[in-house]
Design a protein around this ligand. Structure first.
Ligand code: SF4
Length: 359
């Protein structure tokens, strides 16, 4: 297999067939390329020699044309709440994490799009790792195939809220979404895929123009521009006003549907009357749901609120009239919750040495 061979998990079915035809693989059977691709996606096998339903001679021929190196599961951390954090090793040794989450009898996976992240949000462990690199399509798809195989489940929903900023790896994320939704493969509807962005404004505008079917959600953090700037350094690149304007642009493509804004609830920081006022003043011109995410502490200077504090603050928002949800983060005991991915990859001294947020 040449070093440049395309990865089987990184291709849509028609692309697999086109590659196979060019390489003469179809001489062993017209159906072979699609069968091999489907078997690799659905079975989660780590080697093409193990493809179910395909004999050794044909598997060897497939392996001459396609590469297949899915991420290797290195550790598994089940939580009491039935979510499971997985650490996976990529071919170059980079470690990423993904979380399997049960909901109403279905299974969802929180995926990584990058190894590490460059954006350094102060409430997020991944942000302290820095960016190692973007993931390729097959490395994103492989997270799902490996987890499905390990857990013995079929995944119905995907959320790009794991490690990395998905809109800094647009081509691979959209490419992976196309593979996930292939009718012959995993058959996950784009409408059941959620991509969360911290605010890469030009990419949000491209997303709106492309009218992708996946749902885009926005990490607002705080609605007070100065607080958001301190929590999310990306705001030094694109201003608060430009970020909100890009959300309006996206919202205009949603035919009146609510846009989801993720709000980080932090004691003594984002639960004040000024925060209510900022929401009322700045979040205008589009319909939204405020998804309040109680902080899962990473930075010693940021304190998690109690449930009562979040509830009391959310009551102050009620007169503003928009829907509010308070997220129950899964897997907190296993560092699998929002903001915690990558936490186990950080040495304690690293956590302590990173500059913390002043009050
Ligand atoms: S919250 Fe998302 S964008 Fe921000 S540092 Fe963490 S992974 Fe990166």
């Amino acid at each position: 297999m040449p070093a440049s061979s395309p990865h089987l998990l990184g291709l849509r079915c028609p692309e697999v067939i086109a590659h196979a035809q060019a390489a003469g693989l179809c001489e062993l059977g017209r159906e072979l390329p699609a069968m091999a691709w489907r078997a690799a996606l659905l079975s989660g096998v780590e080697s093409l020699s193990d493809l179910p339903g395909i004999n050794a001679r044909k598997s060897a021929a497939v392996a001459q044309v396609f590469a297949h190196r899915p991420p290797e599961i290195v550790t598994v951390h089940p939580s009491w709440d039935k979510s499971v954090r997985y650490a996976l090793r990529l071919a170059d040794g980079a470690i990423i994490e993904a979380v399997l989450i049960p909901h109403h009898g279905l299974w969802s996976v929180c995926l990584s799009s990058q190894a590490g992240c460059a954006l350094a949000c102060r409430f997020c462990a991944t942000g302290r790792l820095g960016l190692q690199r973007n993931l390729e399509i097959h490395e994103i798809v492989g997270q799902v195939t490996q987890i499905q195989r390990h857990a013995g489940v079929r995944v119905s929903d995907l959320v790009f809220m794991g490690m990395g900023e998905p809109l800094q790896n647009e081509a691979a994320v959209y490419g992976a979404c196309a593979v996930f939704s292939e009718p012959m493969g995993l058959q996950i509807s784009p409408k059941r895929m959620v991509i969360s962005t911290a605010g890469i404004v030009p990419a949000i505008e491209r997303y709106a123009a492309a009218q992708h079917k996946m749902k885009l959600v926005f990490s607002l953090g705080s609605a007070v521009p100065e607080k958001r700037a301190r929590l999310m350094p990306i705001q030094s690149v694109w201003s608060f006003e430009r970020f909100i304007e890009s959300i309006r642009t996206y919202a205009a493509t949603q035919r009146g549907k609510h846009v989801t804004l993720e709000y980080i609830a932090i004691r003594n920081l984002t639960l004040g009357d000024d925060d209510v006022e900022a929401i009322r003043t700045h979040l205008t011109g589009f319909r939204f749901i405020l998804n309040i995410i109680p902080l899962n502490p990473v930075d010693p200077a940021l304190e998690a609120p109690t449930r009562e504090e979040v509830h009391a603050w959310s009551q102050k928002l009620r007169p503003l009239g928009f829907p509010i949800k308070v997220r129950r983060s899964s897997g907190r005991d296993q560092f699998a919750a929002c903001g915690q991915l990558g936490r186990s990859l950080l040495a304690d001294e690293h956590l302590a040495s990173v500059p913390t947020l002043g009050r």
